[in-house]
Design a protein around this ligand. Structure first.
Ligand code: 13P
Length: 251
């Protein structure tokens, strides 16, 4: 049994006041024992607000990015150790915006993922192809390469804590999600790969879909056999919409 996991990637949005209002509203909506794992991933400036308002609640929270070195002369960076110290439980690794806008390569993504595991965090590893790569018939090859690079040398025990987010780059922030059958096909490929690589543990790793998930289409993805949740950007900025999506994951 894989517990569905629905995560809100706020990206570079919200002030302290807006975050406080959001958390208050979300905690009004979410029951004492939610049927899915709920995660909020705010920008680094709001991690302390999450700690203050979500700490001790059923809603988990994590960081969008962190540097793998524990400390040192890395101006502008925040370390995995520092976000874990604040109480974060999750770390997004390898989001396409970090790969494409900030030129993060597979090697750095892998180091972040390992640092997250060492720091006791749950890594949410994002993988996904661009439109050009899909049109050239290379979607699976690209995703497989991202998995192989980030998860090289990982033990099945470490892998059991992973979450994978399949986010086709062309579906992110465009309002046009993947076709559900294409998302399922990719998730099934990922699942087979994980099983081959990690044995039975591979069958227990959760796979999210991300890319223009909204309350209106959430059910199309969250009822697919190999998709165990969603990583939501734009629609997650509204607590009512985010909770509506989470309810779709609960079936
Ligand atoms: P959108 O839901 O805005 O398409 O963003 C998806 C995403 O990148 C989540 O990490």
């Amino acid at each position: 049994m894989r517990t569905p996991i629905v995560a809100a990637n706020w990206k570079m949005h919200k002030t302290v006041r807006e975050a406080v209002d959001y958390f208050r509203r979300l905690l009004e909506l979410v029951p004492a024992r939610p049927p899915v794992e709920l995660v909020i991933v705010p920008p680094a400036t709001l991690l302390w607000v999450a700690q203050k308002h979500l700490g001790g609640s059923v809603v988990g929270w994590g960081a969008q990015n962190a540097y793998p070195e524990p400390q040192g002369a890395f101006t502008g960076e925040v370390s995995v150790v520092q976000v874990a110290d604040l109480g974060a439980r999750y770390l997004i690794c390898g989001h396409s915006e970090r790969r494409h806008i900030f030129r993060e390569d597979d090697e750095l993504v892998g180091r972040k993922l390992r640092a997250a595991l060492e720091g006791g965090l749950i890594p949410i590893l994002c993988v996904g192809e661009t439109l050009e790569e899909r049109q050239a018939g290379r979607a699976w090859g690209v995703v497989e390469g991202q998995l192989a690079a980030a998860l090289a040398d990982l033990s099945p025990e470490d892998a059991s804590r992973l979450v994978i987010a399949y986010e086709p780059v062309w579906a992110i922030g465009t309002g046009v999600p993947a076709q559900p059958q294409d998302a399922q096909e990719m998730a099934a490929h990922i699942r087979d790969w994980l099983k081959e690589r990690f044995g039975r543990t591979g069958g227990r790793i959760r796979i999210q879909y991300g890319g223009s998930v909204k309350p209106e289409n959430a059910r199309d993805f969250l009822t697919l056999p190999d998709i165990d949740g969603a990583l939501v950007g734009g629609a997650s900025l509204d607590p009512d919409k985010f909770w509506a999506i989470a309810q779709a994951a609960a079936g």
